[in-house]
Design a protein around this ligand. Structure first.
Ligand code: XIL
Length: 366
């Protein structure tokens, strides 16, 4: 299957007739261009996992060799009731990965957000510990040998590097992160195990993250990598902090990944990706309902180009770059932190056509 600009998917025979009006050059493949450098991933939603649109499936398979479920492996969805697990969608994702040669990163075992609703009724440390232990053992056990890696713990830190006051910290104390890795390692011994967060390229949060990694290792527990989510803002990507973070995390002997990359182009009064944080809409909050102005498009392209230059410079330490969405239309940033906006944070537009940012990223490999 060859994927074309303008034409979503065409057969090889049609490609041979490529002079027919409307055919232009084929879309290069990101995963192929960066094959020798690092994995190229995307998050996947239900429609994509269920292969509802064959052209979309072919497009995903042509561009990505790694994938993270956008929502379906979060505890609220996998573990809806105290004694009920639902692996239906997760299992479909595993099949999708096998069929299309895409490695799956499980996301995520322990996170304070998108928890099952029954958690709110729990008021004892014993019950939280039982949930925590059973959840990790059951889920990591079910997907042992099936997922390539797990985001074992997501977003355990505050901006100042201290531990976030989550239900896990409150009831289990600050060893819960190490315990989560220990349990994941037991349940899924051959799976890579990561800590994942946003803004953990920022110096204070990075320092907290480094302490966590050291603590896990000091306990004799395995951690294979740190994920920097990479929810950044156009014209404000913190390149220096990112480079410093790659170096400092790699110096601990762990892999570095960019796990949820997107670049916000709309007005926002805070940085980061705290899903609990929201903004109120006003007359200025959705400035580009029809198209992205060229000046912003060019800045976005230059930010992506410089990011990939940096990733390539440190390709011995960076093992994966995952975008949080296949195209602009899929992005969660159309709905967060304000619902109903038109956002443009990724490399492909709403029709899976490459944007100038994509061309820049590909050009680095020519
Ligand atoms: C987001 C999803 O994209 C949304 O669909 C969902 O409503 C909320 O979560 N950090 C993470 C991701 O680790 O799981 C979040 O995904 C984005 C921020």
């Amino acid at each position: 299957m060859i994927l074309k600009r303008n034409y979503v998917a065409v057969s090889t025979a049609m490609f041979m007739m490529g002079t027919v009006a409307g055919f232009s050059q084929s879309i290069p493949s990101l995963k192929d261009a960066y094959k020798k450098d690092f994995g190229i991933g995307t998050c996947l939603n239900n429609a994509q996992i269920e292969e509802r649109d064959p052209a979309t499936t072919a497009f995903i398979a042509s561009q990505f060799n790694m994938a993270t479920p956008e929502n379906i492996m979060k505890s609220a969805l996998l573990h809806p009731k105290w004694d009920t697990y639902d692996f239906t969608m997760g299992d479909k994702l595993i099949e999708f990965g096998k069929k299309h040669n895409i490695k799956i990163n499980g996301h995520t075992l322990i996170w304070h957000s998108q928890l099952p609703s029954f958690i709110r009724g729990i008021k004892s440390a014993d019950s939280i510990r039982t949930f925590f232990t059973d959840h990790i053992k059951t889920v990591a056990g079910h997907y042992s040998g099936k997922v390539y890696s797990w985001d074992v713990v997501n977003e355990a830190l505050n901006e100042d590097g201290t531990m976030r006051k989550s239900v896990f910290l409150q009831y289990l104390g600050d060893d819960f992160v190490t315990e989560a890795f220990r349990l994941a390692q037991q349940a899924s011994p051959k799976t890579e195990l990561y800590y994942n967060d946003y803004n953990n390229e920022q110096p204070k949060k990075r320092a907290g993250c480094i302490e966590l990694v050291k603590k896990i290792k000091a306990a004799g527990v395995r951690i294979d990598g740190v994920g920097i989510q990479g929810h950044w803002h156009v014209g404000k990507v913190p390149f220096k902090d990112i480079e410093e973070s790659i170096l400092q995390y790699a110096a601990l002997g762990v892999k570095v990944m960019f796990t949820e990359l997107d670049i916000e182009v709309l007005p926002r009064n805070f940085q980061g990706a705290d899903v609990g944080q929201r903004m109120t809409a006003n007359a200025q909050s959705n400035p580009y309902p029809d198209a992205l102005p060229d000046s912003v498009q060019q800045q976005l392209a230059s930010d992506y180009e410089n990011l990939f230059k940096l990733f390539l410079k440190h390709k011995d330490k960076v093992t994966r770059v995952t975008f949080w969405g296949v195209n602009d239309g899929d992005s969660w940033l159309n709905g967060w932190p304000i619902r109903g906006r038109t956002n443009y944070p990724l490399l492909f537009d709403r029709k899976n056509q490459p944007k100038p940012a994509f061309d820049k990223v590909i050009a680095l490999k020519k």
